[in-house]
Design a protein around this ligand. Structure first.
Ligand SMILES: [Zn+2]
Length: 371
């Protein structure tokens, strides 16, 4: 075993995690990047072994837990929701491989959010309605993005206040605010999370659906790029919380997928948007559908739809708050569908996925997935 691999294994498995230290990941290096086999991942997470790919897809399902990989793709489905990996799943010698980066930064926190270290209880939610004033954002036949974003932010604020959460808005009127001022307002508080609210637009009129962004891990390409760029190696403020931010995105993603929004799931993605790079607390940006898509735009224009959407975002934030306070995993999309109106206080009684052995010490994971 090469020294580098051995060092990484020690870091990955962490000190004092007896079960994990017995686990041999058999890390392999392809094109300067570390990979682990899907077979090892299934073994570690106690998913069905020996499953053969069908149509270049691997579907691993056990009880409430599921992992669905597609060869050559960065899209992965975890417990019924979509995520975009840093690097495509690849095949070597008839075996499917996933990058070490994706194991640590996406698969582990999505499967076991309750084990993510460094998620601290917080007192304040900062809601950031995108654009404002002269910056109108995307256009639709009904209303501009800036006005939809403010309306949704107020809806989320009202739901959070009902739950007793302190909310700060980066704007509560039609005013222009610089991105770094939004980050500065956030960074003036340490006990907070930040949620930016936007709607999408694309020259491709067929593009549609919901997507959530957290900051791109250092050493990883953002979801919209195939290749690593020089700036992908820069350590930004947001990188200090990259896994915590991802976990907030995960909690909101499942709340949205569990709500009756009738919108396509584009997944949890990574980006280096200014508000994600420059903020020092867990931060996400939610894109609530495409105003350039006729059906999405019609839904967003509906007051009822926006109410359902805002409630789901608030629910996801409250799930993350519970995770921070009590280490309880956020509800999955399937939980919301099964118990649509369950009060959040009784959620702890819900059946949970079977705990699996071992630990991935994310705190000790090296920052970069390539050299
Ligand atoms: Zn926007």
């Amino acid at each position: 075993m090469r020294d580098l691999t051995r060092i990484w294994l020690c870091l990955l498995l962490g000190v004092g995690q007896a079960l994990a230290s017995d686990f041999d990941w058999e890390v392999r290096r392809f094109s300067g990047r570390d990979y682990v086999s899907v077979e090892k991942i299934t073994e570690f997470y106690d998913l069905p072994r020996g499953v053969k790919p069908e149509n270049k897809s691997l579907s691993l399902v056990k009880g409430r837990r599921s992992l669905l990989f597609s060869l050559g793709s960065r899209e992965v489905e975890i417990n019924g929701a979509k995520y975009v990996l840093s690097f495509p799943v690849m095949e070597k010698d008839g075996v499917y491989w996933v990058s070490r980066m994706d194991l640590g930064k996406t698969i582990e926190p999505a499967l076991r959010p309750e084990r993510v270290p460094g998620i601290k209880p917080f007192t304040t939610v900062i809601l950031d309605p995108g654009h404002g004033g002269r910056d109108k954002g995307a256009a639709s036949p009904y209303e501009r993005e800036k006005n939809f974003a403010l309306d949704v932010a107020r809806g989320v604020r009202n739901e959070l206040r009902k739950a007793g959460v302190h909310v700060v808005m980066t704007r509560n009127s039609d005013e222009f605010i610089e991105l770094h001022d939004r980050a500065a307002l956030t960074n003036a508080r340490s006990s907070a999370v930040f949620v930016s609210l936007h709607f999408n637009a694309s020259p491709n009129r067929e593009a549609n659906g919901l997507e959530i962004f957290s900051v791109t891990p250092r050493g990883s390409p953002s979801s919209e790029y195939d290749e690593l760029l020089v700036r992908d190696m820069v350590e930004e403020y947001g990188n200090a919380n990259e896994v915590q931010s991802f976990t907030l995105a995960h909690a909101i993603q499942h709340a949205l997928q569990g709500a009756k929004l009738n919108m396509f799931d584009r997944g949890v993605k990574r980006a280096r948007f200014a508000v994600l790079r420059l903020t020092k607390v867990p931060a996400v940006l939610v894109e609530g559908g495409f105003l350039s898509h006729p059906e999405d735009a019609k839904r967003v224009a509906s007051k009822e739809w926006r109410h359902t959407y805002a409630s789901a975002i608030a629910t996801g934030i409250l799930e993350f708050q519970k995770l921070a306070a009590h280490k309880t995993a956020p509800r999955l999309a399937a939980d919301y569908r099964k118990f649509p109106s369950l009060p959040t206080t009784t959620v702890a009684a819900l059946p949970r996925p079977t705990p699996v052995a071992g630990g991935l010490n994310l705190r000790e994971l090296p920052e970069s997935g390539s050299d």
